[in-house]
Design a protein around this ligand. Structure first.
Ligand code: G1P
Length: 295
């Protein structure tokens, strides 16, 4: 049973400046919902309600978002806005959310190391705060199923274009089934020549407490940061690790273009937006085509 999850959300969001100068990137909304809420929802949908968010300087609004806002609730009740009131109650009661601060930004590995006392001797899920995955079965649940079958550390992976392997942690190994790979190599942001495959780590993991011992010994790696991927590579020597090919679509919300595309796709999936928004998109494309013909 996986009962705990860790969401690292301490990063500065430099790829999203200037909007992230004074607010956390995890609070940027896809339409009206901050990205962190989608990630917490994935935990809840996977049966996990004990969540540790690794936050940092300037991230206080993450705490406020999952807190009770008495004034707002009273106002909504007065206005008899039952739907919004219920939604706000849902957010504050979603899960038991704990926070710890990563005081210095020493990398993802260091962020996870901050969870050692919270997780103790239990295996736990990790969900990167700037990745949302749309799927029928929540990806964390897919990993839990795999963990229950193999009893080892599990990493979510997906195939990426060879030109993009240097943006990700990349894994190599042998297929155990069509969706499960037994790993023999993990390498953080390799160049194309070094990459053992084009299978990229997709921002979801089930880790065992052994990771904390590995992290203690992990030297600084790519970007002069303590990399989770390097600690996992170290763990591989003593413990097996499997990777599961995710069934779902991953949205990387850490960069502007992908965020924009995500917003469009999510709007088209929302019942309250889809029809009008699709009409707007079609009109916009028609206008672009028209302009192009005329010039
Ligand atoms: C992190 C991980 C990397 C993984 C990626 C997925 O990198 O270190 O292994 O592939 O997330 O989004 P980051 O994007 O934080 O540099």
């Amino acid at each position: 049973m996986i009962k705990k999850a860790v969401i690292p959300a301490a990063g500065l969001g430099t790829r999203f400046l200037p909007v992230t100068k004074a607010q956390p990137k995890e609070m940027l909304p896809i339409i009206d919902t901050p990205t962190i809420q989608y990630v917490v929802q994935e935990c809840v949908d996977s049966g996990i309600e004990d969540i540790l968010i690794i936050s940092g300087k300037g991230k206080r609004s993450l705490e406020d978002h999952f807190d009770k806002n008495f004034e707002l609730e009273t106002r909504l009740q007065e206005k008899e806005d039952e739907a919004l009131y219920t939604h706000l109650k849902h957010i504050e009661n979603m899960a038991n959310i704990h926070f710890i601060r990563q005081k210095e930004l020493n990398g993802l590995g260091d962020a996870i190391y901050h969870a050692r006392f919270h997780c103790g001797q239990e295996p736990f899920a990790v969900l990167l705060g700037d990745t949302v995955i749309d799927s029928v079965i929540p990806v964390t649940q897919q990993l839990i199923d795999s963990y229950e079958q193999y009893g080892q550390t599990v990493i979510a992976v997906e195939t990426v274009a060879w030109d993009n392997v240097s943006r990700y942690g990349i894994v190599g190994g042998d297929n155990l089934s069509s969706r499960v790979i037994r790993l023999n190599e993990l390498i953080e942001k390799p160049n194309r020549e070094q990459a053992p495959s084009n299978l990229a780590i997709a921002g979801r993991y089930i880790l065992t407490p052994q990771i904390f011992r590995a992290l203690e010994k992990t030297p600084r790696g790519k970007g002069n940061e303590i990399q989770l991927t390097d600690a996992l590579q170290m763990l591989l020597k003593e413990d097996g690790i499997t990777a599961t090919l995710i069934e779902g679509k991953r949205y990387d919300l850490g960069n502007k273009m992908d965020f924009l595309k995500t917003t469009v796709e999510f709007a088209l999936k929302r019942q309250d937006f889809a029809a009008e928004f699709e009409e707007f998109l079609r009109e916009t494309i028609d206008r672009l085509d028209q302009d192009r013909k005329e010039h």
